[in-house]
Every structure is written in C-alpha cells, then in structure tokens.
Design a protein. Sequence first.
Length: 108
Amino acid sequence: MLRRVHQATDHTWGPEILDILLPGPLRYTDLLDKLHGIADKPVHSRTFQATLRALVRQGLLEHRKAQAPKKYALTASGRRLTQALQLLEAWDQQHPAKQPDTHDEWPK
C-alpha cells in the first residue's frame, strides 16, 4: 500500500528536499544551501543531483527550465505527498514509541 511513498522518500535527502520546496520554487543553489543548513551529515553534490533527478522522474518535482533563473518546484502530487508526510511526522512526535529497556519485556 505504501510502496510508492517508500520509493519516493527512500532517496538520500528526498523528504527534506520536498519539505524545503513546500513554500515555493527554489534555484538549485538556494535549495542546496537550505539543505546544508538542516543536514546532519555532509551533502554531496552527486547524491543531491541524483535525488533531484529521481524526484523529477517520479513526478514529485519539476525542473522549470523555461524560466530564468531555472528553479525546482513541487508538482501537485509532490505537494500532496509532502503535506501527508508532515501529518505523519506530527503524529509520530505526538505518539512516541514506547520500547522496553530489555528483550525480556517485549510482549510474547
């Protein structure tokens, strides 16, 4: 059921890129700068470019080449997915998993 969602968000920085673009289109360098600002590990340009291409192929982003400057933007599908992911993130933060401290405490 969620296979396509997993495929769309499985790319390195995929969910973060979608979230950054929710307010509106950005140029490549602006998008990369924003990602550097929230990243917890180094952002490699090849990985970043591969993720952008994958998100475009999946129909979640569009690369607006006709405009000057060229920008990346969410498609309608990408916008809906990003909003759904934000709802899931909010639910996850409101309902943290309660994991037992030891293996013996897991339900049988």
